[in-house]
Design a protein around this ligand. Structure first.
Ligand SMILES: *Cc1c(COP(=O)(O)O)cnc(C)c1O
Length: 249
């Protein structure tokens, strides 16, 4: 159907908005795909080494449906309150759900109900709670150790020196699997330098855990640097779906 063939009743207006949103998201996806492919080429890496995670926080379930229809298979959320209903509503879609936000241990039960991979594990207590709840549900959940690349404990993450021991402890739990590491680039530092440190931490973890190969790094503004420094998973919101409302991270 061509856009100018759509007449203007209320249902048609709604339909036109849907078509427009789909076009917007498809354009964002094409642009992000082009950037990832270019970053891989520049780094001498195969495009297949990098997984795009669409960060859908603050976005309606309908946006996630459109992404899935366009072929996206990995989505990320950062608040349980928002993610839980969305993930349960969309449970029939062929999606892998990544939880990327700071997580309180008392939310482990809810998150274990839908998350396939939790990127923000920075303490054993949280990993143990996720393992216990996953076991209760008969599930296995991936855990990435979030690494703090600055000295700001408010943003979450374990100190680089503490990561290998924490990784060992997580790997010993029964119902989670150790996937690798995750980080957010610090504000005010060249992201490439920060991601180079993350890669060193990832390599230290892999000495004991050779299958923990995931490096979750790179957002809309720094995905090129992340791919240059070995990211296997980039977490992209704004560049795919547009700007979020102010004050919502
Ligand atoms: C919001 C968020 C992203 C996506 O950020 P954009 O700049 O919108 O691409 C990635 N990772 C985490 C942990 C986030 O909270």
């Amino acid at each position: 159907m061509r856009r100018d063939e759509i007449a203007a009743g209320p249902a048609d207006v709604e339909r036109r908005d849907e078509v427009e949103r789909r076009d917007e998201i498809a354009a964002g996806l094409a642009d992000v795909e082009r950037r990832i492919a270019e970053a891989c080429r520049a780094a001498g890496r195969d495009r297949g080494e990098v997984t795009l995670i669409a960060v859908t926080k603050t976005r309606p379930a309908e946006d996630v449906r459109i992404l899935a229809d366009l072929g996206v298979r990995d989505v990320g959320e950062n608040r349980d309150q928002e993610a839980a209903p969305k993930a349960h509503e969309l449970a029939a879609l062929p999606l892998t759900w990544h939880f990327v936000g700071q997580l309180q241990t008392n939310k482990a039960r809810s998150v274990a109900g839908y998350a396939d991979v939790v990127h923000s594990v920075d303490r054993l207590r949280l990993a143990a709670a996720l393992s216990k709840e996953a076991g209760r549900l008969g599930r296995e959940i991936g855990c990435l150790v979030q690494v703090s690349l600055d000295d700001d404990p408010g943003r979450g993450g374990a100190l680089p020196a503490d990561v290998p021991a924490l990784a060992d402890e997580i790997a010993a739990l029964g119902h989670v699997w150790l996937g690798g590491v995750m980080a957010v680039a610090p504000l005010g530092e060249d992201p490439g330098k920060a991601f180079a440190r993350l890669r060193e931490v990832a390599q230290a973890v892999q000495e004991n855990h050779p299958r923990a190969t995931m490096i979750s790094a790179g957002m809309s503004d720094d995905l090129t640097e992340a791919v240059a420094h070995g990211a296997t998973h980039v977490r992209i919101g704004t560049a795919l779906l547009g700007r979020r409302k102010p004050f919502v991270r």
